[in-house]
Design a binder for this molecule. Structure first.
Ligand SMILES: [Zn+2]
Length: 299
């Protein structure tokens, strides 16, 4: 009995050693330090991983948002689209990172209009970014799709069910990774679309200097992607001497003025220069993005 006991102990030790070795080789299969928050714009979410749900334990976090809000690649990887059957079928996206981790996007948009019409299906331009194909490589922060309520979220608040899966397929809690992820001002188009121009509609002036303006943004329009979505945040734009600053007069006329005439609290529409988006500009730290035109609209 003692002998067999020792054999069992040895076998167990060997298993442990194999486990440690496997752990070492999988060390790279982790969530990177720097990631893009998978939804652009204002969201709410809680640590609801493991919560009891009708289908079983909840295997991700639900990121509450609004219909058609842009979804971006959390990390760089290859995309795989998946859709369920029927008009209520779930529109999903798998993002496979090189290290074996997989990120799953569920309940992507299936509506054509502003309401829950279920008329769009799981298609490019509806659920997924235009021109996105299975197997495409996307980079961190690149537009991959749109938030919605497809599948068993039909008719409830649009949200992104986001999962983080190990190479083994086991889901782990995304919460701490979401908390660390960088919130972006805008999604990056695919490589072949190149440059972007942003228009910040309905912004409010918070402060100004001789060479900057700080606004609270409201809606962001991204060309050439044709996106127009809500993203409320503070952004400081560079205002070089060549920026065109105009004030709208009471009679609908426009007069060119100096940035020093901007009033704190007044509404403004900022149009940026056309620029090549970078990871830095997507995060929009102070002065990173240059204004081409500022239209001041009064209170
Ligand atoms: Zn969920």
């Amino acid at each position: 009995m003692l002998f067999s006991h020792r054999t069992t102990a040895r076998a167990f030790f060997l298993l442990l050693a194999v486990g440690v070795f496997a752990g070492t080789t999988n060390a790279a299969a982790e969530v990177p330090e720097v990631t893009a928050f998978p939804v652009v714009g204002n969201v709410t979410y809680t640590d609801d991983f493991g919560d009891p749900r009708p289908q079983g334990s909840h295997e991700g976090n639900d990121i509450m948002s609004v219909r058609h809000q842009p979804a971006v690649a959390f990390v760089s990887g290859r995309v795989q689209k998946w859709s369920g059957s029927g008009s209520y079928g779930t529109c999903m996206l798998y993002l496979h990172a090189k290290n074996g981790m997989t990120y799953v996007y569920i309940h992507l948009n299936n509506d054509l209009g502003p309401h829950n019409d279920n008329d769009g299906g799981c298609k490019n331009g509806v659920s997924y970014a235009k021109g996105l194909h299975n197997g495409d490589h996307v980079s961190r922060g690149e537009l991959v799709g749109f938030v919605g309520d497809s599948g068993d979220a039909n008719g409830i608040q649009p949200h992104l069910h986001f999962e983080v899966r190990k190479p083994s397929g086991n889901a782990i809690d995304p919460f701490k990774y979401l908390n660390k992820a960088k919130h972006l001002l805008f999604p990056r188009p695919g490589a072949d679309l190149g440059e972007v121009k942003l228009t910040l509609k309905g912004s409010t002036v918070l402060s100004k200097t001789d060479s900057t303006i700080t606004v609270r943004t409201k809606r962001v329009v991204v060309q050439p992607l044709g996106l127009d979505y809500r993203n409320v945040r503070k952004v400081t734009f560079a205002v070089p001497p060549e920026t065109n600053v105009e004030r709208k007069g009471g009679t609908g006329t426009f007069s060119t003025i100096d940035i020093s005439s901007a009033q704190v609290g007044e509404r403004a529409r900022v149009t940026t220069i056309t620029f090549t988006p970078t990871w830095a500009s997507q995060k929009a730290p102070a002065g990173e993005i240059t204004a081409a035109k500022i239209l001041l609209l009064g209170d």
